[in-house]
Design a protein. Structure first.
Length: 159
């Protein structure tokens, strides 16, 4: 069996006058296990929502959060560097319009899927037209989000 490793996003940052200490978690895995793991990047301006989704997805076997963001600035670079299978992002993310980001999603891996969270149901069509693969309203239940993540996982496995 072949083994590999991945450095996850920082779990602790300490800044001092002369230096910055960044502590990251290093995960060791078999390549077979890594292929079964779904990598998710979360981008929402609401820390409580981000934490709730992280907690929800951390309970799902085979799902790993590979990064988080609170604005669109630098998000494309984060997508390129983490290569997520799924990006869950807030339609109202601060910075450049999310519609612009979705139009440029071709620079990410072809398999990356985008789940957009909207505040109102009528925004779902705009998000889909912009390039979202799935759209949910922020008031939808956690089970609905899990169903969409599972549906996305199944689609990715068949590709």
């Amino acid at each position: 069996m072949q083994w590999g490793g991945r450095i996850d996003y920082p779990i602790y940052i300490e800044e001092k006058a002369t230096s910055t200490l960044i502590v990251c978690q290093f995960n060791i895995f078999s390549f077979e296990e890594e292929r079964r793991t779904m990598h998710v990047l979360l981008a929402t301006k609401h820390p409580d929502l981000r934490l709730s989704i992280e907690l929800l997805l951390s309970q799902e076997p085979g799902v790993a959060i590979v990064g988080t963001a609170s604005e669109t600035e630098g998000l494309l670079a984060l997508i390129k560097s983490t290569s997520p299978d799924i990006v869950i992002l807030d339609w109202d993310l601060p910075g450049r319009p999310v519609a612009e980001l979705l139009a440029k999603k071709s620079i990410s891996r072809d398999r990356t899927r985008f789940i957009v969270l909207c505040t109102r149901p009528e925004l779902k069509n705009q998000a889909r037209q912009a390039g979202a693969d799935f759209c949910l309203v922020k008031g939808d239940t956690p089970d609905e989000l899990l169903a969409v993540v599972q549906q996305t996982r199944n689609k990715l496995r068949t590709k």
